[in-house]
Design a protein around this ligand. Structure first.
Ligand code: ACO
Length: 364
């Protein structure tokens, strides 16, 4: 029995490839370093869904489809208004997406369904955030693309270009990542020939956990704690002495630097240059890698994507409650691509377990 299915290959895929030893991530044959900062969110989403980069016309059509599906239906507004104020954003997303499961989303999943779900997530997030903050909802902006429109709906003003570029880099880098826990969840649900909405609802529930998509908030807490204490080494040693995990470090597959973390750090250095949070993050990274090697020798623990993602979100002033939901609004593209791939050559996932309980005598 292999705990956590470590190292087990669960399926074949042509969506992405991760080389954990070399620190390489490939989407449909293209290295992510060739896509980030050169392509838009829409272009890379198209690549993942259709398996090829779009022509100008394809791209125009995809943007149009996304725009058409950004508006909240009245039943979703009613649901969102009825949710308790203390419900976290990931639970809100899970509930709202689940409520979209109508006859329009029956088996088999399609790219058109995937586009609809991808288009609506930023609007759900922005609606909920602004309503909770007592602010007027800002309707989608017809002239803005997916990422810029998300920031526009959140803040009520057309975003600065560097903010859009930073967020778009992050979102492209997190669109897809092989058989991670939430993608696996989505594929398991789809493998029963359940619908796309159910598969994505499963994935959102899985994404929510602090060991997966919930890590960026933990990174901010770590950076805050170190910023207040003024001594990175002391705080990190204390955590490692308590056997606590450092959020934003370690990865199941990468046993070297996570290429997404390197790309995000570069994006940040190019766009914001000198910045309090970025300087602190670089200092913490250095100190943590040294101490992790001391406390956990040979485990090859480096920063993962969530570490510099937290610094990006901080630098564009995105509220911490939106970190994991923003990750969700990019990863939905990977989830939906996988569900569609699963449907094309489906076998239900049904592993086994080893019974370690007792066997009682037959007299009950
Ligand atoms: N801090 C301290 N020690 C760590 C860390 C960490 N962040 N990550 C792993 N280790 C240690 C473990 O304690 C374990 O030590 P041991 O051999 O003495 O028992 C060893 O390294 C191996 O760790 P596992 O937890 O077995 O590695 P696994 O592959 O199961 O876990 C995971 C990967 C979940 C990402 C883990 O590194 C972790 O919890 N990191 C912190 C949370 C985080 O940043 N999550 C975001 C991941 S990226 C993403 O999901 C998008």
């Amino acid at each position: 029995m292999i705990k956590g299915l470590k190292g087990i290959v669960a399926t074949e895929t042509s969506i992405s490839h991760i080389d954990g030893d070399q620190g390489r991530l490939v989407y449909r044959g293209y290295d992510i370093s060739d896509l980030t900062n050169k392509c838009s969110f829409e272009e890379v989403a198209y690549l993942l869904w259709y398996g090829k980069l779009p022509t100008e016309r394809d791209l125009k059509n995809l943007k149009e489809e996304l725009r058409k599906n950004r508006t909240l239906d009245s039943f979703l507004v009613e649901i969102l208004n009825s949710l308790p104020a203390n419900m976290d954003m990931m639970s809100v997303l899970r509930t709202a997406i689940s409520a979209m499961g109508t006859v329009n989303y029956t088996w088999k999943p399609t790219i058109s369904q995937a586009i609809k779900l991808t288009a609506i997530i930023p609007t759900i997030i922005a609606y909920r955030k602004r309503t909770l903050d007592g602010e007027r909802f800002v309707s989608p902006h017809d002239d803005l693309d997916h990422v810029a429109n998300y920031l526009y709906m959140l803040n009520g003003k057309v975003p600065q270009k560097p903010h859009v570029t930073s967020l778009e880099s992050y979102m492209i880098l997190t669109l897809e990542h092989g058989m991670n826990a939430s993608t696996f969840s989505a594929r398991v649900t789809a493998s029963t020939e359940s619908d796309l909405v159910s598969a994505i609802t499963s994935a959102i529930g899985t994404m929510k956990g602090p060991l997966h998509g919930g890590a960026p908030s933990g990174v901010i807490e770590l950076l805050n704690e170190i910023s207040i204490a003024g001594d990175a080494e002391k705080v990190i040693r204390h955590k490692l002495n308590q056997n606590e995990k450092l959020m934003g470090f370690g990865h199941r597959v990468y046993k070297t630097h996570d290429p997404r973390s390197i790309a995000l750090k570069e994006t940040l250095l190019n766009l914001v240059g000198q910045d309090k949070w970025l300087d602190l993050a670089i200092e913490v990274e250095k100190s943590a890698i040294k101490l992790l090697e001391e406390y956990k020798p040979g485990r090859s623990l480096y920063t993962n994507v969530e570490f510099y993602a937290a610094a990006i979100m901080q630098s564009i002033e995105l509220d911490a409650s939106l970190f994991t939901p923003t990750f969700t609004s990019s990863r939905i593209v990977g989830w939906t691509s996988h569900v569609i791939e699963q449907s094309e050559d489906n076998t239900i996932y049904r592993p086994q377990s080893t019974y370690v309980g007792k066997f009682m005598s037959s007299s009950v």
